[in-house]
Design a protein around this ligand. Structure first.
Ligand SMILES: *[C@@H]1O[C@H](CO)[C@@H](O)[C@H](O)[C@H]1NC(C)=O
Ligand SMILES: *[C@@H]1O[C@H](CO)[C@@H](O)[C@H](O)[C@H]1NC(C)=O
Ligand SMILES: *[C@@H]1O[C@H](CO)[C@@H](O)[C@H](O)[C@H]1NC(C)=O
Ligand SMILES: *[C@@H]1O[C@H](CO)[C@@H](O)[C@H](O)[C@H]1NC(C)=O
Length: 185
């Protein structure tokens, strides 16, 4: 009698514990894995090389770039090699290779790259009118494929979509940028 009662209490306790554990995992899953979008800031841009080839009017410029990524998530993000593209209007004007890297959890991380601009000035009619207006706008986008890892325990495939709007103020030789990024599991 007491034995079967004890058994009952035991199994009820075990079931309650299992439910509690499941609830805990669910809460953990949604708090840890519900990713917050990283914050991306274009930190510095340095002119590395400049050449205007004549008479073809091909621009060959390379810019050294530092991008700071603020990762608010508990997971680190490891991504594969890819290339960021820079557009002026609809025209591809520059490329920057992004080397495979890991952005650590809850930390800032710098990414350095070199942006190669290879515009054909003769074909970019808007460029000269933008130039005379004093602001040249660019958009840049990149999709990074990789993995999110939480304390060596959970690993998930993730994709990060980043878009930046960059304005070059010609008279001040300064750059302003706004970046949006989304991370999807
Ligand atoms: C641009 O210039 C660099 C050297 O400054 C050169 O290595 C590269 O081939 C040039 N690119 C083009 C498309 O002309
Ligand atoms: C990524 O790019 C770097 C440098 O360009 C290269 O050394 C490396 O092998 C590449 N990795 C993969 C997986 O392709
Ligand atoms: C990233 O680069 C900026 C500017 O170049 C520097 O101030 C900052 O300390 C760097 N951060 C890290 C984590 O290396
Ligand atoms: C350039 O971008 C800025 C800020 O995004 C915007 O206010 C401005 O109208 C844009 N200029 C042109 C010529 O598209």
């Amino acid at each position: 009698m007491s034995c079967s009662k004890g058994f009952k209490i035991c199994s009820v306790t075990a079931i309650l514990l299992l439910i509690l554990l499941a609830a805990l995992l669910l809460v953990l899953f949604f708090t840890v894995f519900k990713p917050k979008d990283p914050h991306i800031i274009l930190k510095s841009v340095k002119l590395q090389g400049f050449k205007l080839e004549t008479p073809t009017l091909k621009l060959n410029v390379s810019l050294g770039i530092v991008i700071t990524v603020e990762n608010p998530n508990h997971g680190s993000f490891t991504y594969h090699n890819n290339t960021a593209h820079l557009y002026h209007g609809e025209t591809l004007v520059a490329e920057a290779p992004l080397r495979e890297d890991t952005i650590p959890a809850r930390r800032d991380h710098n990414i350095t790259t070199s942006l190669s601009i290879f515009a054909d000035v003769a074909k970019l009619k808007d460029l000269s009118s933008d130039y005379s207006r004093g602001v040249i706008n660019f958009t840049s986008s990149v999709t990074l494929l990789g993995k999110v890892k939480v304390v060596n325990l959970f690993k998930m495939k993730a994709t990060s979509f980043c878009t930046c709007y960059i304005s070059l103020f010609v008279p001040h030789k300064s750059i302003d940028s706004i970046c949006n990024s989304k991370i999807k599991l």
